[in-house]
Ligand binder design. Structure first.
Ligand code: NAD
Length: 289
């Protein structure tokens, strides 16, 4: 019994020591962020918001020109640097994280936002479609999170990893089996990494947007036309149509998704990890398609 009691005391002393070492989340003005897919749409809005809060931002995108334009807009090399990266490439992801180290000395906030949408019914979805979609969103975000976690653990100061998943991670939408399956994959990455990285003070959370039509390259690139045809509305009216079907009767804009990233990483949610925040003006809550 004495031995057991000694063990119990030693165990709790160790646990308490661990807690004392646990880094508290830092204010955004002191942080170094890397946002993937930050050359357009939601990613650009997130990069803008983080920079406006005082963070240094690595603007990472497959499209190097748009990344460069956003980095320039955010104030240039002292506050934002562009990185051309294909998130499906292990070497390029490693190099992007290295770039954060070179430019700003580290990274403690990473947003997995890069994405495409291959939106087809099951019977038209090819194996190549499936692989491409999963390469970018499942493999890509896994690679980015792994490299980010390596850097954050080495720094020993904790950090945040945020996934821009989707309402489709949870609810079934029509004609996008490949897209929605990768979003569900991302949602589980959030839970798995929250469980694995918590002891390093790294919080992992997700944001589930829906219906961000205006400013979205995904919508402009074909998904919008397809949705407009399904709902029988002109494509230019799709934003308003989406707004009307929400509980709040509000259009969701990229800035609203950025607000959620701010709330999770820079606000008061210091003890929140493994959470998915819907930014859909109520669509998921009401089970609307
Ligand atoms: P977007 O097309 O405007 O932005 C996506 C960005 O990702 C682009 O800049 C693109 O160049 C980049 N990208 C694509 N492939 C890449 C790769 N291999 N490596 C690096 N970058 C790459 O689209 P968006 O609507 O802003 O979407 C951003 C994210 O939000 C996506 O993950 C999307 O699935 C998610 N999302 C969007 C909505 C919406 O309603 N628009 C809803 C739910 C989830």
């Amino acid at each position: 019994i004495e031995e057991a009691e000694k063990f119990r005391i030693e165990y709790w002393e160790l646990e308490e020591a661990k807690l004392r070492r646990m880094p508290a989340p830092k204010p955004l003005a002191t942080r170094i962020a890397l946002v993937t897919g930050a050359g357009s749409g939601i990613g650009r809005a997130i990069a803008r918001r983080l920079a406006a809060e005082g963070a240094c931002v690595v603007v990472a995108d497959l499209d190097g020109d748009s990344a460069a334009a956003v980095a320039q807009e955010l104030g240039g090399p002292d506050t934002a640097v562009p990185v051309t990266v294909d998130v499906t490439s292990e070497e390029q992801v490693e190099a992007a994280l290295e770039q954060a180290l070179l430019a700003f000395g580290g990274v403690d906030l990473v947003v997995n936002n890069a994405g495409i949408s291959i939106s087809k019914p099951l019977l038209e979805t090819t194996a190549a479609d499936w692989d491409r979609q999963h390469a970018i969103m499942a493999r890509g975000s896994f690679l980015v999170s792994r490299e980010a976690a390596r850097a954050m653990i080495a720094q020993g100061m904790g950090g945040d990893i945020v996934y821009i998943a989707s309402k489709n991670a949870v609810f079934a939408g029509p004609n996008n089996i490949a897209y929605s399956a990768t979003k569900a994959d991302q949602a589980h990455q959030v839970r798995l990494l929250a469980a694995e990285l918590g002891e390093h003070g790294i919080r992992v959370n997700g944001v589930n947007p829906d219906g961000v039509v205006r400013g979205s390259g995904i919508f402009a690139g074909g998904w919008g036309a397809q949705r407009a045809a399904v709902y029988g509305v002109p494509e230019e009216k799709l934003g308003e149509f989406y707004a009307q079907r929400t509980l709040l009767k509000r259009e969701v804009l990229p800035e609203h998704v950025a607000n959620a990233v701010f709330a999770l990483t820079g606000g008061d949610l210091t003890h929140t990890t493994g959470l998915h925040v819907p930014v859909d003006a109520g669509v998921a809550a009401a089970f609307l398609r």
